[in-house]
Design a protein around this ligand. Structure first.
Ligand SMILES: [Zn+2]
Length: 327
């Protein structure tokens, strides 16, 4: 069954999403970047050109057609800029509504309110408004909820966003993608969402490539949800195994019959907000493939060498996102 999916250029049929990256960022800024804008202002035109230069060749050479932008509300989400990119590069961008995990998000605002009132209705109101009416007065509606938890725990603050997303997902039929910190808390995230009304077929547990334990993946999959290996190219850091290790886990899961439950991406920002990251030379080899071309140029051929079939790759890049957003 096809369904209309909210993109920054309006509703698109889930049948027409095509080759899809399930979790990327056009722009991303760690909260606090807003205070550094005098030194590092946002260059709209330069950033737009950068995005076009990244996306257009992938569209032309490999047929990349849709990107889910997982940028949380407080991390520089900019739907008007996404709209400009989608128009210029000719792809679908599905914007998210949600907040980042407590450690790297901006919890001060809602934690301050939480001292005085129940914030769950506040967050439910955000999710309803951004999917029914639009984001920040633009009329552009969120197509997916993004929720996130910490390493080895879901804090009370984070739990509010999971509960709100589950509730509004069940009302509006909106899909949910998640951030697991270093690949932890996948089963707990799935349980929390499902217990609060989310249909597992609308839940995608993210950053699962951070964990290489097959039994952990099987436990999450047993909940009936999708999982994402969505940090390809980000290697060698804490919670980020090498790409070849992640590919081996995927090949194993495909051999076990789970190719219809896996989606792929890089979690890579084309443009970081604020100053450029001062990455030490020693770390450069670890992230040299952390870019939007990596999956189509490197990961897909590597998976094929490991025995993953063209049909299974098509499931992970095309058919699974289509079924996920079509439900
Ligand atoms: Zn992300």
């Amino acid at each position: 069954m096809a369904k209309m999916v909210n993109t920054v250029l309006g509703p698109v049929s889930s049948d027409n999403l095509g080759k899809t990256y399930i979790h990327e960022h056009i722009l991303f800024g760690y909260p606090g970047f807003q205070g550094d804008m005098s030194v590092a202002p946002f260059d709209w035109n330069g950033s737009l050109q950068l995005c076009i230069d990244v996306i257009k060749p992938l569209k032309e050479k490999y047929g990349l057609q849709t990107v889910v932008d997982g940028t949380p509300n407080e991390c520089g989400r900019n739907v008007l800029f996404m709209k400009a990119v989608a128009e210029a590069a000719g792809i679908n961008i599905i914007p998210a509504s949600g907040y980042y995990y407590e450690g790297e998000g901006a919890p001060a605002y809602f934690k301050q309110r939480a001292g005085m009132t129940d914030i769950l209705p506040d967050v439910i109101e955000i999710f309803r408004t951004e999917t029914r009416v639009g984001i920040e007065g633009t009329g552009i509606k969120a197509g997916v909820f993004k929720v996130a938890s910490s390493k080895d725990k879901i804090t009370p603050y984070e739990e509010v966003f999971f509960k709100a997303a589950a509730k509004v997902s069940s009302e509006e039929g909106i899909q949910i993608i998640t951030h697991t910190q270093e690949g932890t808390m996948g089963p707990e995230q799935a349980d929390l969402l499902i217990d609060n009304g989310a249909d597992p077929k609308r839940v995608n547990i993210g950053h699962m490539g951070g964990n290489t334990d097959i039994s952990y993946h099987l436990e999450v999959l047993s909940k009936g949800v999708y999982i994402s290996f969505d940090r390809f190219g980000l290697q060698g850091l804490v919670g980020c195994p090498r790409d070849d290790v992640r590919e081996t886990v995927i090949a194993g899961l495909c051999a076990a019959g789970y190719a219809d439950r896996i989606m792929l991406a890089h979690d890579c920002a084309i443009k970081w907000l604020g100053r450029p990251l001062p990455i030490p030379d020693a770390a450069m080899p670890l992230i040299e493939n952390w870019n939007w071309a990596n999956i189509l140029e490197n990961v897909v051929p590597a998976l094929k060498k490991m025995g993953v079939s063209d049909e299974q790759i098509n499931l992970m890049l095309v058919e699974n996102p289509k079924r996920f957003f079509g439900y």
